[in-house]
Ligand binder design. Structure first.
Ligand code: NAD
Length: 455
């Protein structure tokens, strides 16, 4: 294989030919991605199952069809999105044409994470292609089966001069980050996000950083606790809790905690009637490193286990686990859980919950369960996060017209739907004038006489 420098330079040369700019080329690539998804549904679902024991339904809904729906929408709207955007003009520019031209940046590096290894690579991939860029795709080595499948399939369906897949781990990504790109789109943890941004700063390359963190939940009194339990347990057990916007921990009063625990027991019995370890609807930790990390969290919080706490090293199984009476200083509150463990931290009221949230890093998502307008307003107006959902978890990610991204430590930039196209497009400010009526221009030319200043 060519060196990374040769690889990237080759793509730059191709980009400069202008090949990727016409609508027809972009459309062809999007059709290629659609075909890739449609002709390999089973193989993709199988790879996801091998990597994460991902249930078929989750593979279809959160990965394959999730991408497919966004892709079809992009295909349907691309012509419109590519059109120059006329802007309002002032009296001074009445005779001119002023517009924003959506331009591709050039060569984009897309670095994916392992937890949704199809969604997190395919969405930015086709968004960048729709915007007319060349793409170097670096899937996560942690979800190795999916990474290999992408390396095999992408060259079969897409323009090989303009789209490359590089597989590998930290060594390869570190080497890739030494090259100069026109855009970098990274999904993964905040620590590596900083490494990526440092590398990008060398050439002032623009970045999107889709990061993580602890996404808090507040459950108010007087809620339908069974509905809350369903929605929380669903968010926490999808992909075995390995979702960037999974509810990380719950804050509520002691009384609400008791109500929630009762209802969560019932919900878990309904979701996984034959024990989660036997259920085809429940995933596994991606590898032993992540299994050990979450197991350690459970082991050091043994006294707090209210539900679950079972583990099996042989297949990286961790049962849905609820911890009660957790304190903000406990180890489960130190880092993003990224597994099927849900601590409940009793607090006095919503103000105490808000105080905790605003004293930490801005989360990727925030979930508030309440019927009280005042409580909802307080969270909406006194906190900040990438996304806010009232009375559910994770559902905002499926609304393609909403930006998906973090703020502060949980990331910068956002995508999904048209915003993915916009992310990979440079807004070029264009003003077109005529070389006529030059006498009207003299007012702005020196000498700056008193008369010109209106005196
Ligand atoms: P990961 O281990 O797959 O890493 C992501 C990518 O970074 C990989 O391609 C990997 O090769 C690369 N990488 C890892 N270490 C590196 C290093 N030292 N230098 C350069 N590159 C390196 O995924 P992860 O970081 O474990 O992912 C989990 C995190 O990502 C969680 O915090 C989660 O919340 C977050 N996440 C965020 C989103 C989002 O959309 N905001 C989506 C998924 C995951």
């Amino acid at each position: 294989m060519a060196s990374f420098t040769e690889l990237v330079n080759g793509m730059k040369t191709t980009f400069r030919t202008g090949k990727t700019k016409p609508y027809e080329w972009r459309r062809q690539q999007l059709e290629g991605v659609l075909k890739l998804m449609d002709e390999n549904r089973e193989e993709i679902a199988a790879a996801l199952n091998k990597d994460l024991h991902k249930p078929k339904l989750e593979a279809v809904v959160f990965e394959i069809d999730f991408c497919r729906n966004d892709l079809v929408d992009t295909m349907n709207n691309l012509k419109e999105w590519m059109k120059p955007e006329k802007v309002k003009k002032s009296l001074l520019n009445l005779m001119d044409t002023a517009y924003i031209k959506k331009e591709p940046y050039g060569v984009a590096l897309v670095i994916g994470a392992w937890n949704y290894p199809i969604q997190l690579t395919i969405l930015p991939l086709f968004g960048a292609l729709a915007a007319g860029n060349c793409v170097l795709l670096k899937p996560s080595e942690v979800s190795w089966n999916t990474a290999q499948l992408l390396e095999k399939l992408v060259p079969k369906y897409l323009d090989n001069d303009c789209v490359k897949v590089v597989n590998g781990g930290v060594t390869e990504t570190t080497a890739l980050l030494k090259e100069r790109y026109d855009y970098i789109f990274y999904t993964g943890n905040t620590f590596v996000g900083k490494i990526v941004m440092k590398a990008a700063s060398e050439y002032l390359t623009p970045v999107t950083l889709e990061l993580g963190g602890k996404s808090p939940v507040y459950v108010d009194k007087n809620c339908d606790y069974k509905a809350v339990a369903n929605r929380l347990i669903w968010g926490k057990t999808c992909n075995a809790g390995q979702t960037c916007i999974a509810p990380d921990y719950v804050m509520c009063t002691k009384d609400v905690q008791e109500e929630l625990l009762q209802n969560m027991k019932t919900t878990l019995g309904e979701f996984f009637p034959d024990d989660p370890s036997q259920s085809e609807s429940y995933g596994r930790m991606v590898n032993s490193r992540h299994f050990q990390r979450v197991k350690k969290m459970i082991d050091s919080n043994q006294d707090s286990i209210a539900i679950g706490g079972d583990t099996n090293e042989k297949d990286n199984y961790i049962s849905p686990t609820i911890l009660k009476d957790v304190k903000f200083t406990d180890s489960a509150m130190n880092e993003e859980i990224f597994g099927p463990v849900l601590p409940i931290v009793p607090v006095k009221d919503e103000d105490a919950a808000i105080e905790h949230i605003v004293s930490g890093e801005k989360p990727l998502a925030m979930y508030v369960f309440s019927n009280d307008k005042t409580v909802k307003d307080k969270f909406r107006n006194s906190t900040s996060s990438g996304g806010l959902v009232i009375n559910d978890t994770m559902m905002h990610a499926g609304v393609m017209t909403l930006p998906f991204g973090g703020v502060g430590n949980s990331g910068m930039g956002a995508y999904h739907g048209k915003l993915t196209f916009d992310t990979f497009s440079h807004n070029r400010a264009c003003l077109e004038r005529e070389l006529k009526m030059e006498s009207l221009q003299s007012i702005r030319y020196p000498p700056y006489t008193q008369k010109k200043m209106g005196n």
